[in-house]
Design a protein around this ligand. Structure first.
Ligand code: TYC
Length: 119
């Protein structure tokens, strides 16, 4: 008994077209993905949070060495605000939460916000 040849599996809609010779025509599609919007974590000055605590927080949550953390803290103290780091949106939000949590637990009014970086 002659059996029918097996039917090839159905091709997905995006499958490349084939010509009669069986050659595969690959369509070139350049994919352009925009880089993610970045957010800077900005710390604000106040009159009560001890400088040592701010330096500790910057070292702890923004991976800065003591000298850099001190430099950033002094900038905040003098200018009213300063950037501690630049991250993607979710990471920046996590840093803000960590700082606010640590400050609250220590009883300091330290404030920290994240804002989109101007491009
Ligand atoms: N101004 C604070 C003081 O004199 C120190 C300080 C620095 C507080 C930076 C907050 O984000 C800050 N003790």
């Amino acid at each position: 008994m002659a059996s029918n040849p097996p039917t090839p599996p159905a091709k997905p809609a995006h499958w490349p077209a084939t010509d009669d010779g069986g050659a595969v025509l690959l369509e070139r599609r350049t994919q352009r993905v925009k880089p993610p919007q970045l957010y800077q974590v900005v710390m604000l000055n106040d009159d009560y949070t001890p400088m040592e605590f701010v330096v500790y927080v910057i070292q702890q949550f923004f991976n800065r060495d003591m000298e850099t953390a001190t430099h950033i803290m002094l900038k905040i103290h003098l200018d009213g605000r300063g950037v501690c780091g630049v991250y993607t949106k979710d990471v920046a939000a996590t840093k803000v939460d960590q700082v606010m949590d640590a400050a609250g637990k220590a009883g300091h009014p330290l404030q920290c916000v994240s804002e989109p970086v101007e491009s």
